[in-house]
Design a protein around this ligand. Structure first.
Ligand code: BGC
Length: 245
């Protein structure tokens, strides 16, 4: 079954039709810059453009970098704060004329990893962390998602973990792989002391360079890099929307 997956990020809005059986893209990926300011109406217009580009008349799964409850965005990270309290589901359905499911970006990435990637056939408690501009988290217990966890915002040494363990922090602060790897380790060790997972999956663009920083990670939990990388958001969004078809 094919579903249109769309990933709304702070700098780009990306979409592709996904073969939800194989987890592969059935089309090229289309990327359009996120409008600035990234207010709901402007972003929704781009989602409408992507849907029209694919001539799409069926279900759409769409990620946002926000907590989403019953289609309403409750927070806003790297997108305009006007998203807080917006009924994103209704807005995007009106704009595209299609049924839409809206979900948190890290939850979507987790869904894709569990079905097609590093979490395949893994039970117990799996925590997926995306280390990018922010830290996104998704938690699965025996394959079932516990949505909207915001574990990237744990406080470490008096600071939001995002200030220490994101790829953005690494680049902006010029951390070496060792310095940054130790900060990621401190974050993961704290997290494992709170939730005792069976597996950590590390995603985000930086995960392809996992060999550079995994050697500095000292947590007890098994840790593996994500496999779908920048496909994860789109693929997970599409899988989440299967029930709408
Ligand atoms: C947000 C999360 C989001 C993550 C990745 C965090 O700052 O609080 O909702 O999943 O960034 O975009």
């Amino acid at each position: 079954m094919e579903v249109l997956g769309i990933d709304i990020g702070g700098s780009g809005i990306k979409g592709a039709i996904v073969d939800t059986v194989s987890g592969e893209f059935a089309t090229e990926r289309l990327r359009i810059d996120t409008p600035q300011p990234s207010k709901p109406a402007a972003v929704a217009a781009v989602v409408g453009e992507i849907s029209a580009h694919f001539n799409w008349q069926s279900a759409i799964g769409c990620t946002v970098p926000a907590v989403v409850k019953r289609g309403v965005t409750m927070t806003a990270a790297n997108i305009d704060s006007a998203w807080i309290g917006t009924d994103a589901k209704s807005l995007l359905e009106k704009e595209t004329g299609n049924p839409v499911i809206v979900l948190n970006d890290a939850d979507a990435a987790g869904i894709a990893e569990m079905r097609f990637g590093a979490g395949r056939e893994r039970d117990g408690l799996v925590a997926i962390l995306t280390l990018g501009t922010g830290i996104g988290s998704s938690l699965f217990i025996d394959g079932r998602l516990v949505p909207n966890t915001e574990l990237g915002h744990l406080i470490i040494r008096g600071k939001d973990a995002e200030e220490r363990a994101t790829d953005r922090a690494r680049q902006e602060r010029g951390y070496s792989w060792k310095q940054w790897g130790k900060r990621v380790s401190e974050y993961l060790e704290y997290l494992e002391s709170l939730i005792t997972p069976d597996l950590f999956i590390i995603g985000g663009g930086v995960s392809k360079r996992y060999q550079k920083f995994f050697p500095y990670i000292k947590c007890k939990t098994e840790i593996v890099p994500a496999r779908l990388r920048n496909r994860a958001g789109i693929v997970g969004a599409a899988v989440a929307a299967i029930d709408l078809v």
